[in-house]
Design a protein around this ligand. Structure first.
Ligand code: CA
Length: 233
């Protein structure tokens, strides 16, 4: 199998070197660069399998790079993991809405970095698209059937409102992915769909309650949004 190609865009030279060194050690083909302009240009001709993109870059910042990549046919499907500082939750939300696949918070350990990278490749090879179109999901202890609108594995699935069901299905289609409230609002279409951030929160509280012992499957990601985990911690 060909080695996956990763592009790392990071303006702090020692961090860049460390990331490139360790990803190479894992067997990936790695290219690094120090500016957004260069990252954007290299992405266009390398077409890497993954981009690790720092958000805070001098000149063209990471979100601008991301927006430009997602606007172009040849680069729009390249998975992107953003690297952000802890205080930049709003950047994470914007990035996810622009189409970033994941994010890591600086400072991150190499273990976390490598785990996220592997997770993106695993999702890519598991055929996320198939799951995107699936109508029945095996979601940890639950079986969610979007045609019959049934949830097996909970006490009383008839108690779920249409919107609660839609939110559950939307999140469970991509386990482990973090969605902002806006993405949830846009992803869920139906009669009484929520229209504000606050109403998403209210729906989630109610949904968790109805999932009973499995309520913990829906995780709150502080400052960012929500995510469905296939295993309960
Ligand atoms: Ca930086």
């Amino acid at each position: 199998m060909a080695k996956e190609k990763i592009l790392v865009v990071e303006d702090e030279e020692d961090i860049l070197e460390l990331m490139v060194f360790n990803l190479k050690k894992e067997g990936y083909t790695v290219h690094g660069c120090l500016t957004g302009e260069e990252g954007y240009r290299m992405a266009g001709h390398l077409i890497p399998d993954l981009i690790l993109l720092d958000v805070m870059l001098p000149g063209m910042d990471g979100l601008t790079v991301l927006r430009k990549l997602k606007n172009e046919e040849k680069t729009k499907n390249i998975p992107v993991i953003m690297a952000t500082a802890r205080s930049e939750d709003s950047d994470v939300i914007v990035g996810l809405e622009l189409g970033a696949d994941d994010y890591i918070t600086k400072p991150f350990s190499l273990k976390v970095l490598l785990a996220r990278v592997r997770a993106v490749f695993r999702r890519a090879s598991a055929g996320t698209e198939e799951k995107d179109n699936a109508r029945v999901l095996n979601a940890g202890p639950l079986i969610i059937d979007s045609v019959r609108r049934k949830v097996e594995g909970i006490e009383d699935d008839s108690s779920l409102t249409a919107t609660e069901f839609d939110i559950l299905f939307f999140l469970a289609r991509k386990p482990g992915w973090v969605f902002s409230r806006n993405q949830i609002i846009n992803g869920v279409k139906g009669g009484d769909y929520p229209v504000t951030d606050r109403s998403v929160d209210v729906q989630i509280v109610s949904l968790r309650k109805k999932l009973g012992v499995h309520g913990g499957l829906i995780k709150t990601v502080r400052g960012v949004g929500y995510s469905f985990q296939e295993t309960e911690e």
